[in-house]
Design a protein around this ligand. Sequence first.
Ligand code: SF4
Length: 351
Amino acid sequence: MEALLHRAYDTEVMTESKGKAVALMSGGLDSALAAAWTKRLGFPVVGLHVVTGLVDQRDLVRAQGAELGVPVRIWDAADEYLEVLKNPQFGRGQGMNPCLDCHIFLLRKAKEFMEQEGAAFVVTGEVLGQRPMTQNRQTLALIAQATGLGEKLVRPLSGRLLGPTFPERMGWVQREDWLDLQGRSRKQQLGLARELGISRFTPPSGCCVLVDPGFSARLRDLLREKGAEAITWEDLSILRLGRHFRLGPNLRLVVGRDAQENEKLMVFGRNRYVLMFSEVPGPVGLILGEPNEADLFLCAQIAARYSDAPKDAPVRVHIRRNGEEKELWVTPLSPADPRLVQWRIGVPKRL
Ligand code: SF4
């Protein structure tokens, strides 16, 4: 690779006749490398970051663009992506991650953008064999076909190992100009990043909440409760916060785990019951559903279990909804109460 790298440096020429590339950039290292390498080969490159709502990397991608000298466009497609997330055509991974649908969605957006920009092809940071489910030969071919990009979908990091590409057919590059990375090791990418001056990127194997077992369990539970069609981004935002307890078919309690989560849970309190403590440090509880009096009492007891109140004496819990407030005195549930585990949704890392 070293020799190839230096050859590319030596022959870097901005050839006006070369078509423009759209580089799909996630904030990760591989997609930044693909953009940088394509630029090294003399193509005009414009970066595209599609916001899916799962994680917001727009600032990072802008910073990568600045580092690489590549203009970056941000496309907020969260509402459309929600539909993919609810009803993936190609199924899900070990968690609720619909990786194949996700790739196809992002690349369809890239294709749309390519056409708007009058660009000639799309590049991604996919590496052959890096992820067994989505980056094997068969799946890479399927993605190229399903997106309608065909040979205009270029994976510069593994290009020499894959089929012919549109830029090759146009005579803009030779096959040997692409790289031949494959497999899960990151060593070559990290070396290349140093050579190409890329210093900012998300850690490998990233931050997708959909692969998290706890989040996935909560999402499965919510799908059972509401059905896919009714799920909103607000639902998903709440799933990311706190401990979740299923207390009835349409009744959940969320209990904050720290001050930051408590604050965020308050934001979702409109038209909902919110539980708080004033005399001892304690969590915010958010009730999702329509509790009766017994449910409210139980929710207060569960929330109190996570407060600093003495475990054998009643504590005051404030219960608010739309500006109205009442108080309940409850004895916290014992941390050893087995029902806590039964009610808890997901893999409890800490009860
Ligand atoms: S891990 Fe998440 S972000 Fe990555 S492809 Fe899968 S669903 Fe999409």
